[in-house]
Design a protein around this ligand. Sequence first.
Ligand code: FAD
Length: 453
Amino acid sequence: MTEELHIVGGGMAGSEAAWQAANRGVRVVLHEMRPGRGTFAHKTGNLGEMVCSNSFRSDDHEQNAVGLLHWEMKAAEGLVISTAYKRRLPAGGALAVDREPFAEDITAALTSHPNILISHEEVTSLPDQHQWIFATGPLTSDALGQAIAAETGTEALAFFDAIAPIVHADSIDMSKAWMQSRYDKGETEEEQRAYLNCPMDKDTYEAFIDALLAADKTEFHEGETAGYFDGCLPIEVMAERGRETLRHGPMKPVGLTNPHQPEVKAHAVVQLRRDNALGTLYNIVGFQTKMKYGAQTQVLRMIPGLENARFARLGGIHRNTFLNSPTLLDASMRLKSRPNIRFAGQITGVEGYVESAAMGLVAGRMAAAEITGAALPPVPQDSAHGALHITGGAEAKTFQPMNVNFGLFRPLEEKLRGGRRGRRDRYKAYTDRAKAAWTDWLTDTAQAAQAAE
Ligand SMILES: Cc1cc2nc3c(=O)[nH]c(=O)nc-3n(C[C@H](O)[C@H](O)[C@H](O)COP(=O)(O)OP(=O)(O)OC[C@H]3O[C@@H](n4cnc5c(N)ncnc54)[C@H](O)[C@@H]3O)c2cc1C
């Protein structure tokens, strides 16, 4: 009988870690505090709940680093990615997911697994006995957060993410808005029409920016001074950086033609993406905000087509807690001071559903190998998992949460041409190299597991 593995947190990372370890013959106890103790963002007691956007982002595994991560997770028989594909919604080139069936499927798969026991309780300390993976995410409970801070001796860093608002589809004025994916991207007609677009002329845009700058915003609490993460800037912070910033970001008007006025080029376009399978809810893409609720509804209703919008959820801000992993963790994601404790997911300083699940996949396999005595080869640096792997070469002083991106990859040996064509060739070379390295790693890992049996 092998030693038990305890995993704390049944979100993206903990669910994947449990699946991976259990499939390698390890008995897993998965501790999830919900529904008994909730967080402000989770709404259910389900495992694998998506707390905000329903997107796993680009699914392009040749030209995009997150699409590559999808590919690698699929090759490793990941639960999170296979369930996302099963519950996929049309969204152009993105992998959007029907969130409730997705979490229900994850819950069912883990609950029915013969090697997994689910325990719905909060864990508040770092135990000395057994192997543990802590995957408690950006909203780690206070008691556990204090226990981690006491052990690491390092103050957990905090910064803020902002949530994008969600609108009821039947409250959108379709005599002004239209359905189209940017550049008509997508294979099917449904994908080519996956986004709902609201156009703005110049005067409306200028008035919108004025209102955004003047709107009441939620202030930081005293002492909470950490900066925003660039990938998730609130719209009002983008507007503060320059009046044109939004027009070059989430409100860019390119690749879209308004069928109501085909001869008029919009000055800016607000895009909404389907948020559920029924198509009754749409989230405003890239519109994370920390405007107060009253101001928020007023400002958002200035968007043509949303004058009478009803909001299923308004935007908000939240705290994100993460460790300084380069200082605290070893290459096997273990706490250097307490090697029976591993961390995984967003708390290790990756950012996003996919990245968190990917780090759960790696941590689950690492813990399983340690328990079963298999010699797990190091995660290949050239794979997307390896590039993201938080302890691999990250700078401790400037350590900030990070989405996967090609900037994290080891540079290519051969020189490829510059320009758009050159970029495509370069990205393809990165993804080809990564796939080969990952495939080899999976083969070596399977052989090591067999040898340990
Ligand atoms: C408000 C908000 C909005 C976000 N929006 C997005 C988005 O749009 N897109 C995106 O990709 N990412 C988003 N993120 C980040 C997202 O949460 C993570 O990318 C992902 O969910 C992290 O996965 P995880 O497994 O590390 O943590 P989670 O998925 O949060 O899972 C952690 C789990 O641990 C449980 N838990 C916490 N403390 C304890 C304890 N002491 N004992 C037992 N269980 C515990 C929690 O209940 C939770 O189920 C958002 C985060 C927040 C907070």
